[in-house]
Write a protein that binds this ligand. Structure first.
Ligand code: ADP
Ligand code: MG
Length: 742
């Protein structure tokens, strides 16, 4: 009575050969962006004045009127038709995971009984998808189910198959955002405004500050047949059971090892398609865990980078299927080996260069560098709990705080040189920092701010927010997450800190300008004195966020609590940070989100959390009862028959001795299956209790506190059974198969 399905899928998986991926005849630089209505295409397909207007809209956020939209739509339509496109869709990022789209064809009645193909500015700019089933946290009650999608002209439209895809924001009838993109655009605007003003202290010519994001997407690949034979992977995205493979990542032989052929073919295919969609993929490699990989593009403006990440995640799933794989984006598909994250490399830049890069030429530039570093730290410090909330989810909770990068406490690693720089600014007295210089007035001379060559290799892998040379790397983001969530909070926090910095510096400048000691010379003096004094204040204030040690240690948890950092680990409780007074105040004052929106979003977060745990509980219960217990019992019956027959042919004393091992197994199986059954019953009962709670917040907490902890207990028993039950009976593909067949 062998289990045919498992052996069949394993056998099939072994036989699969890499697909032959034909590279396009052009060079990547030539086919890059081929499927995107980018500047080059706009220039070709739009009248000159319309093109100029679009560039102004994209670069300066100016308003776009309907006439221009009509002209843009006509150009897009022409380009799309030349590429065999028949449909278009408004593409948006609802509060669930992933993206949503509804396709319409260009076909319209021509009024003479025939059909024409049409696409107007009106259709480009705004749509009203029947989207009443997208989560809105109650903002759109069902009788007012209207939600609008509105074109985001700053992210170019693109083609997939026969469809023109238009990036949009998704908002309710009354204007509240129901997606990730709308608040992201507002946060990016806020940081642009605040950072540009601060830049003017150093360079009045700066027009605009851009927030940049370079993400590194980790993922697992699993053979499609094996995946299909694992109902837990299929339904929850992770394995709810499975004993460790005897070999997993101990040898570190997968990391940066040579890429398996079938995977390499997948990666090549993915990269070609991504490049054609304008995603500048640059890096690909194996990751730490077996069958774990990473893809990373070159960084881009944050809004575009977020769209590109969403697009790449869906592209990845499609391309994987073509190659007989499933791409797993879940943060923790397998217990006992590394999970997947998505480092968010973040920086700010002006038209003239990256702001977090120490240029090391003039003291002025170094002071500007220090300002942006310190105010970033101020934002991260003040909102460390909220930043954690922004990356928290039912799935990412398996990674955070689970002794794996990174810990569930937000702190920042700066490295030796930067630490020394901040220490210097904090401690040096005025005469150290300034030196008089005759006619030019007070020239700033900061002897101890050295030629900065911040060392990129000075790394701390356990830090959730590490400075790495010219950027901060926010490492706590989950592999499955929409980066927008983290980017909304981070950019808002930095915008708020910069605005507060500016306010305090301005106040100090007017105070100092009245004092004679600062008033000689060009007048720069009071400004730089003011900046340095406020920086000093802030360096001291945000010190608790700086931590260069081992983020995994228990000492750090205790130390972080002492420093007042947020050390909460319960996902539904962490979400409460969105409704803290300081958070609401920040989001509202910057115009990013209102209290009402924040409350509605939290409802969605809690509900989503509950649903995820609920589904996992159901799947675990089902698999326990109809996969595991029957198979274990069947093996137990085999053993019992064997014992009976042995007893029939051997004298009792000898039979007892010979049967000893099997008797032990029979007993163990009986005990473990009985325990599983009891736990599954308790799980069902606990769910019944939790389901009666009507408040989403409290329900999520109940699911976290009473239901989720039971999973490991049940799993423990199942994994022990996996070790003793005859391998040929075991129904589910094992870890060694899922992780090593490729
Ligand atoms: P790793 O951290 O693994 O060494 P890489 O050096 O490949 O990663 O870079 C990771 C990501 O960081 C890439 O997307 C890269 O473009 C991005 N990156 C580099 N510089 C910046 C910057 N100044 N701002 C934002 N992202 C950046
Ligand atoms: Mg990195």
């Amino acid at each position: 009575m062998a289990n045919d399905l498992r052996f069949q899928v394993v056998g099939e998986a072994f036989k699969k050969k890499p697909l032959d991926v034909k590279a396009p005849s052009e060079r990547p630089s030539e086919y890059f962006g081929k499927h995107v209505f980018n500047r080059e295409k706009m220039y070709k397909y739009l009248p000159k004045d319309v093109y100029d207007k679009m560039v102004d809209v994209i670069e300066n956020g100016s308003r776009l009127d309907r006439k221009v939209a009509d002209a843009v739509a006509a150009g897009m339509m022409q380009w799309a038709k030349e590429n065999g496109v028949t449909h278009y869709t408004h593409w948006f990022q609802p509060l669930t995971e992933g993206t949503a789209e509804k396709h319409d064809s260009f076909i319209e009645h021509d009024g003479k009984g025939g059909m024409i193909e049409e696409f107007s500015g009106k259709l480009l700019v705004q749509q009203e998808p029947d989207a009443s089933s997208f989560p809105s946290g109650g903002i759109r009650s069902t009788f007012e189910a209207r939600g609008y999608s509105a074109w985001d002209p700053t992210s170019p439209v693109f083609i997939i198959d026969d469809t023109l895809i238009i990036p949009t924001v998704f908002i309710s009838y009354s204007g509240e955002s129901l997606d990730y993109k709308a608040p992201l655009l507002r946060a990016l605007k806020a940081v642009n405004v605040a950072a540009t003003e601060v830049c003017h202290y150093f360079d009045p010519a700066v027009k605009k500050v851009t927030s940049n994001l370079g993400w590194e997407q980790e993922y697992f690949l699993v053979d499609e047949g094996l995946y299909a034979a694992r109902p837990d992977l299929l339904l929850t995205g992770r394995t709810l059971m499975g004993h460790d493979s005897a070999k997993n990542q101990q040898m570190d032989d997968h990391y940066f090892g040579s890429i398996p052929e079938r995977v390499a073919a997948f990666m090549r295919d993915l990269e070609i398609q991504a490049l054609m969609l304008g995603i500048p993929c640059k890096t690909r490699h194996n990751e730490v865990a077996p069958n774990q990989f990473e893809v990373a593009p070159i960084f881009e403006d944050t809004n575009l980078a977020v769209d590109h990440n969403m697009l790449l995640m869906s592209l990845m799933k499609r391309v994987a299927r073509k190659h007989g794989f499933r791409a797993l984006l879940h943060e923790k598909p397998f217990a006992g080996i590394n999970g997947s994250g998505k480092h968010n490399n973040w920086s700010l830049s002006t038209d003239t260069g990256v702001l977090l890069h120490a240029p090391g030429k003039t003291a002025e530039q170094n002071l500007r560098f220090a300002t942006f570093i310190v105010e970033t730290l101020m934002g991260v410090y003040k909102h460390n709990g909220l930043l954690k909330a922004s990356i928290m989810s039912a799935t990412n909770a398996h990674r955070l705080g689970a002794n794996e990068a990174p810990p569930a406490i937000i702190s920042s690693f700066l490295g030796k040189q930067l630490t020394e720089l901040l220490d210097h600014i904090e401690k040096a007295d005025k005469t150290d920092i300034f030196a008089m210089n005759g006619k030019q007035g007070m020239k700033m001379d900061i002897p101890e701010i050295p030629e900065l060559l911040i060392d990129n290799t000075d790394r701390n892998r356990t830090s959730p927010f590490a400075f790495t040379g010219n950027r901060f790397e926010f490492r706590a983001v989950g592999s499955e997450a929409n980066c927008a969530s983290a980017m909304i909070t981070l950019n808002s926090a930095v915008a708020e800190a910069l605005a507060s910095f500016k306010q305090r510096v301005d106040a100090k400048i007017s105070e100092y300008s009245k004092k004679s000691e600062y008033s000689e010379g060009s007048g720069h003096s009071s400004k730089y004195h003011a900046i340095i004094d406020i920086l000093r204040e802030d360096i001291k204030a945000c010190k608790p966020i700086r931590f260069d040690g081992n983020g995994y240690s228990d000492e750090w948890k205790a130390e972080a609590a002492k420093r007042g950092l947020d050390t909460e680990t319960s996902c539904p409780v962490i979400f409460e940070r969105y409704l803290d007074k300081e958070s609401i105040q920040m989001f509202e004052s910057l115009g990013v989100m209102t209290k009402k929106e924040l409350e509605a979003r939290n409802e969605v977060k809690w509900e989503t959390y509950t649903k995820k745990i609920q589904i996992e509980a159901r799947v675990l219960g089902d698999l326990s009862m109809n996969h595991i217990i029957p198979v274990a019992t069947s093996y137990q019956s085999q053993l019992l028959r064997n014992v009976e027959r042995m007893s029939a042919i051997f004298p009792k004393e000898k039979a007892d001795k010979l049967n000893a091992r099997n008797m032990k197994l029979i007993e163990e199986i009986a005990e473990r299956t009985a325990t599983i059954e009891t736990l599954v019953e308790e799980l069902v009962e606990a769910r019944k209790v939790a389901n009666k709670i009507s408040d989403e917040h409290q329900k999520a907490i109940a699911y976290h506190d009473t239901i989720a902890p039971m999973f490991d207990k049940i799993r423990y028993q199942i994994d022990k059974l996996e070790l003793i039950v005859d391998d040929s009976l075991w129904p589910l593909p094992k870890y060694r198969e899922l992780l090593f067949i490729r």
